[in-house]
Structures are given as C-alpha cells and as structure tokens.
Design a protein around this ligand. Structure first.
Ligand SMILES: Nc1nc2c(ncn2[C@@H]2O[C@H](COP(=O)(O)OP(=O)(O)OP(=O)(O)O)[C@@H](O)[C@H]2O)c(=O)[nH]1
Ligand SMILES: [Mg+2]
Length: 379
C-alpha cells in the first residue's frame, strides 16, 4: 500500500493531485483543514490536507469503494433534493385539492342559500305579497343568517319574525278609552261595512254588556237603512238616520250616555272625489272619532293601492279586512299594512252576524304568509 499526504488550497485541487499521482484507484483516508505556518498564516485562507492511499492488489475494489461512495453520496444528495421536490409538489397538490373542496363547499352553500331564498321568494309572491316587500324581507333575512339546508327552519322563523314585526299588534275596539266612543265604518261599496258594524255592535252589546247606539248616513240606497234597522231591532240598539253631515252632531249628543256609537256610512266609489269630500265633512263634525277602513281580501293589489290612496285624507284609521272566507290569498293584509302603516284590527270571515269576525290573529296570518295552513276559517 502506498500512502501519501497532499496539501492543496482546496479539496478539488487535492483530488487532482491524488488522481495524477496515485491514479483512479486511490482511496482518500483523511481530509482536514490546516493553517499555513507562521503569523501570516492565520490571516490567510486555510489549506486542505488530504491523506490518500493506493494498493495495487485492491486497486479495482478500492476504486469501486471510492466510486461507490461518490455515487452513493451523489445518489443520496440527488434523492434528497428529489424527495424535497416531491414533498413540495405533494403539498402543492394537497393545497389545490383543498381549495377545490373548499370552493365546492362554498358554491354548494351558495346554491343551497339561493335555492332556499328562491323557495321562500316563490311562497311569498304566491301569497300575493308585493315584490318590493318580498325583496325587502329576503334582504333583511339573508343579512341576518347564513342559510343552509339544515337551517331552513331558521330562515322561515326569521321571515316570520320580520312579517310579525311589520304586522304589529292588532287593535281591539274594547280598548277604546273615551265615552261615548264614536266609530265610523268607511270603505268601498259592498265591502261589508254594515254587516261588520252589526257584528261588532252585537258583540259589544250582547257579549260585553256595553251600551251601544247606531247612526247611519247611508241614505243612498233605499235598502241600506232597512238593513241596519233590522239589526238595531234584533239587538235592541237605538238607530238614528242622518241626511246631512252636520246632523251627526245632534245624534252624537243624543247618545252621549252610550259607551259606543257606531256610524255606518254609504259605500263610496273611491274614485268619486265628491262623495269622499262628503265623508270628510261628516267626520269633521265629530271630536276624536275612531275610523275603521274596510278592505275586502278579494280585491286585487292594484285596486287596493288606489283605494288606500283615495282615503289618505283620513289621517288616522284602523284596518279591517273582510271576506277572508272568499279570498284565496292573504298577502294583501301585509301589503296594506306596509303601505299604510295603520294598525290592523279585525278580520271578517263570513256573512253570519255576529259570529264571523275575529280580532286579527297575527300568528295565524304570519304562518299563512310563509306557506302554512291558515288555522280555523277558510283560505
Ligand atoms: N263572504 C263574506 N261575505 C260578507 C262578509 N262581510 C259581508 N259580507 C257580505 O257582503 C255583502 C255586502 O255587505 P254589506 O255589509 O252590505 O256591505 P257594505 O259595505 O255595507 O255595502 P254598501 O253599504 O252597499 O257600500 C253582503 O251580502 C254581506 O253578507 C264576509 O266576511 N264574508
Ligand atoms: Mg252598507
């Protein structure tokens, strides 16, 4: 075996020297960094010392070891970098897979959300709720909760809360404070003014033991007075017929001791300004009257808007909705309520006096608006 020491400025220079002198079969036994001797040596770059050996009898094996070592370390190094690259590319593909899954979940969520919102938009529109009101409700709702299949019920409940809030608390005639309370029944022709007045008159006098009187200013139709006269006789409630608006003052004075004075008015074609002026004059002769505007649930929304606009000279009134039994949709209750901001009071549910009337049941109306059954009376 031949062993030799080499000093070089770096490893590659040392290797060249080893290779030149000992040949390709040389084996590196040892390498180390060394300082040049002397003070100046400390300031210079260190040198490399390589101890190499060669044995002719093992030359081919030694060469192999040397080569294999190099190869192994190369392979190892190469494998390491490939592995790292592999890991990076796997991480990248996991990332992109995750993104795809997340996008899918998001999109599914969005499509779930819009499916459920679409479903309720349809239900509300089918129930005749005006489009701007439907949009308003759904905008509020979609801001309030994130919607998915599981919380469809929460969406429905949120809609119910908003609708309930819009509808407010119903007003009952029994809450009237002053005495006598003068109550006008106004509205379009044939809407149910006289019948509703009779229903409430009967409830107040027979069931609530209140003293009641009737006044009618409806002398346009021959049968109109007779109709109310019949109810007044059955209920033993006095009736006064007035022919001019100012006569109402005297009639009210006459019934000063009563708890309630219910005033029937002639049905007005809401497009007839003159008739409406007469009604205005009649009401103006009364101190703090209570007014009920009656609207039939069989009337279309466009006509309802026109009716409500014609009666906007009445600053204060309560809403009575009639003929629920004949209607197939209930949405106009909400439409009118939003349009007028006036309190709801009663709903009439048929022709029978006095039974077919109820104080507006807000929960029943709300449930029906979101697509559930209206409990009790028809629809
Ligand atoms: N189905 C149904 N019919 C009703 C209801 N309320 C009133 N009616 C009927 O509607 C018709 C007109 O009722 P009226 O009380 O005379 O109506 P009105 O508003 O006084 O009519 P005019 O005085 O002519 O303007 C009558 O046949 C009533 O029986 C109701 O809730 N449901
Ligand atoms: Mg009438």
């Amino acid at each position: 075996m031949k062993v030799k020491r080499y000093i070089a400025t770096d490893v590659s220079e040392a290797m060249i020297k080893v290779k030149n002198e000992l040949g390709r079969d040389a084996v590196i036994l040892h390498t180390r960094k060394i300082k040049k001797p002397g003070i100046m040596g400390f300031l210079k770059k260190p040198l490399v010392e390589v101890i190499a050996a060669v044995d002719s009898s093992y030359s081919s094996n030694s060469n192999k070891v040397f080569k294999d070592n190099t190869l192994n370390s190369n392979i190892l190094f190469k494998n390491d970098s490939e592995n790292i690259q592999n890991i990076h590319s796997q991480i990248d593909s996991i990332k992109s897979m995750l993104n795809t899954v997340l996008n899918k979940i998001n999109n599914e969520d969005k499509s779930d959300t819009s499916n459920i919102l679409n479903k309720y938009e349809k239900i509300l529109l089918e129930n005749n709720i005006a489009k701007p009101i439907v949009d308003k409700i759904l905008t509020i709702v979609s801001r309030q909760i994130s919607i998915s299949d599981e919380n469809e019920q929460s969406l429905k409940n949120a809609i119910k809360v908003i609708v309930k809030d819009y509808l407010g608390k119903p007003y009952s005639i029994e809450n009237a404070a002053d005495k006598p309370k003068v109550i006008f029944f106004v509205g379009p022709t044939g809407v149910g003014k006289t019948t509703t007045l009779a229903k409430l008159g009967a409830k107040l006098s027979v069931m609530n033991n209140k003293s009641v009187a009737f006044i009618t200013s409806d002398t346009y139709r021959i049968a109109a007075v007779d109709q109310l006269k019949t109810y007044s006789e059955i209920l033993s409630v006095p009736l006064t017929v007035i022919y001019e608006p100012h006569e109402i003052r005297e009639a009210i004075t006459k019934y000063n001791d009563k708890d309630y004075i219910l005033v029937d008015t002639a049905g007005r074609n809401h497009k007839d300004k003159e008739l409406l002026t007469e009604l205005k004059s009649l009401i103006s002769y009364t101190n703090s009257p209570e007014i009920f505007l009656l609207i039939s649930l069989t009337t279309g929304y466009k006509d309802i808007i026109s009716i409500v606009n014609s009666y906007d000279f009445l600053r204060d009134y309560k809403l009575i909705f009639t003929k629920l039994d004949e209607a197939s949709l209930i949405g106009n209750i909400l439409n009118v309520k939003v349009l007028t901001s006036k309190p709801l009071s009663y709903i009439t549910t048929g022709q029978s006096v006095p039974d077919d009337i109820e104080i507006a049941n807000i929960d029943k109306i709300v449930n029906c608006i979101v697509g559930e059954e209206y409990e009790g009376s028809s629809l």
